[in-house]
Design a protein around this ligand. Structure first.
Ligand code: ATP
Length: 321
């Protein structure tokens, strides 16, 4: 027998991603359509432990679909990783009468969500991280917006690089994954892409640049932050090529901005799926998009697998450059 759900809670956790607000809105509005009560916890698992929450309704999530960040704020919580911390969180959910929880975040957040499930909490996840490094889903919320922000910024750099015959090293986010760098590299027509998954051979790149630059008025190298420091790459290339090299670290600006059409649509579809999963009594899983289908993937799979980079796309980027 499936337990009837009357009240659900949601929270945003880990790094903020554009589209989290669109998800908060869609979860709340769809849950209300299904006659459920909705509780929003502030600051992710930290707020769950502190019992810091707000009741959400149709009106309270109005006017946020186009806003980046998250109105429920996000935080990292070490306390949540401890047994007493987790027990406090579970007790708070019980005290408020929450039947099911939706966690919007990255794979770290889903490790926490899986731990809650093991301790009897009904919980599902929505992938929300600009890194798009979550196994089991083609896309996570925030990735497309971040990519569009990067395209806009790199286009501006390209203008000045072209005008002044410059070599630019541009650092993008991606501590342990080159997924953003590869996609940005293809979309921005970068000449070289450095990612953590592939060993960096700067001598080879410098030789290519020397040959390649004849007749070219700009060279763009995109570096994922986990592959190397842009300033180190620039210093080495300058030494090897003998040409002035400029550095641009895009930083947190990549996280901000109004969500793209794709992230808004994904937020709507993931949110509906997450609420439906809770109503059906499902737990311990994440909403995902595979091809054009919205599906669910067990947390067990998500947290035990690393999303691979698209090596064909990586190769293609260099063929086209
Ligand atoms: P992003 O990819 O954007 O950084 P994330 O969800 O992976 O998002 P994390 O900082 O890894 O971000 O995790 C968010 C929170 O999830 C942590 O602060 C912690 O409270 C919880 N968490 C992470 N790993 C675990 C774990 N192994 N066990 C329990 N809780 C965890």
């Amino acid at each position: 027998m499936i337990k009837e759900i009357k009240k659900i809670a949601l929270l945003t956790s880990g790094g903020d991603a554009s589209g989290m607000n669109a998800s908060i809105r869609a979860i709340t509005r769809y849950a209300k359509y299904k006659s459920l009560e909705v509780v929003g916890f502030y600051e992710g698992f930290k707020g769950l432990i502190a019992n810091n929450y707000v009741m959400l309704d149709q009106a309270s999530v109005g006017g946020i679909i186009d806003r980046g960040g998250t109105i429920l704020y996000s935080a990292r919580s070490e306390e949540f990783k401890t047994e007493p911390g987790m027990q406090k969180a579970i007790q708070n959910l019980k005290n408020i009468g929450v039947d099911g929880l939706i966690v919007i975040g990255g794979d770290g957040s889903f490790r926490g969500a899986h731990d809650l499930h093991i301790r009897g909490v009904q919980v599902v996840g929505i992938p929300g991280t600009i890194d798009n490094d979550i196994a089991g889903t083609d896309y996570s919320i925030g990735f497309d917006t971040a990519l569009n922000v990067i395209i806009d910024l790199v286009s501006k750099i390209r203008d000045t690089a072209f005008s002044h015959d410059r070599l630019f090293v541009i650092e993008v986010m991606g501590r342990s994954s080159g997924i953003i760098a590869i996609n940005a590299g293809v979309a921005c027509a970068a000449d070289y892409i450095l990612i953590p998954e592939v060993e960096v051979d700067l001598v080879k790149i410098a030789t290519k640049i020397k040959n390649h630059r004849q007749g070219k008025r700009h060279t763009l190298i995109i570096v994922a932050e986990g592959a190397a420091k842009a300033s180190d790459v620039a210093a080495s290339i300058k030494l090897l090529v003998g040409h002035e090299v400029r550095v641009s670290v895009l930083g947190h600006i990549q996280r901000g901005g109004s969500p793209s059409a794709m992230d808004r649509l994904l937020s709507a579809e993931f949110s509906k799926k997450a609420v439906d999963l809770l109503i059906k009594g499902e737990s311990d899983c994440m909403t995902a998009i595979q091809g054009k289908k919205i599906v669910s993937v067990p947390f067990e799979y998500v947290i035990n697998n690393k999303k691979e980079i698209d090596r064909e796309l990586y190769k293609l980027a260099h063929v086209l450059s």
